[in-house]
Design a protein around this ligand. Sequence first.
Ligand code: ATP
Length: 258
Amino acid sequence: MSEDIIRFDKVEKRFGDLTVLNKLDFSVKRGEKVSIIGPSGSGKSTVLRILMTLEGIDGGSVTVDGEPLWHENSGDGSLKPASEKHLRKMRGKLGMVFQHFNLFPHMSVLRNITEAPVKVLGLSKAEARQRGEELLELVGLADQAQKFPSQLSGGQKQRVGIARALAMRPSILLFDEPTSALDPELVGEVLNVIGKLADEHDLTMLLVTHEMRFAREISDRVCFFDRGKIREEGTPEELFTDPSEDRTREFLSAVLDQ
Ligand SMILES: Nc1ncnc2c1ncn2[C@@H]1O[C@H](COP(=O)(O)OP(=O)(O)OP(=O)(O)O)[C@@H](O)[C@H]1O
């Protein structure tokens, strides 16, 4: 684990008068599993949305896999705003698992997973199907391939969401509060799948979560966000047992008491 696969340098993001990211410096190394925790509105999901190019930036730079995300070389060594082609290429490096699953309701589970690999990666239907079946096996849903999302529980839908993101063979997997829309009894099955991925694959994982115990278990590093900046970061052990900032301590005692 050496080079940075994700790098934010002094990134600014505003919505009108609201500064959401305030000259944010943040990086993730290849293969690293990083959790972002912090109060509501601190800019956690915005970081993921910027990486997925769902939001632009107002200042600074973002680099993914050594290349600027929002800019590209113009040929004379200077940078120009990224073209749609550049953004598409960069998006291919990342997969995202959304809080509300975002599955296609009119497609079977298997087709939800095979559609983009066929249309975007150019896989044959047979290849996509074989890979889709392997991924359903990985998330424990091999027997649900022909069902439709409406026939699944929330936990099953989210496991399809994970399989769908993996089907695009990303180097980086982003999770945006993947369990917060689930009934409590369904959280465990999704966390088990994410934990298995973290243990068995060399994927880079960036996870925004309110599940403190889980963040502690699977992360190499935990970042505490507060008002658009990283207030404190460290190993789970350092951050959860001996935080150095009062603000981190207050946040942790509030959420761990719930
Ligand atoms: N498209 C938007 N337009 C205006 N304001 C936005 C938009 N998206 C996010 N915000 C605001 O930016 C701030 C940061 O949002 P973000 O979703 O990144 O926070 P968060 O830390 O992920 O919070 P939560 O834990 O509640 O999801 C919030 O105050 C939010 O209301």
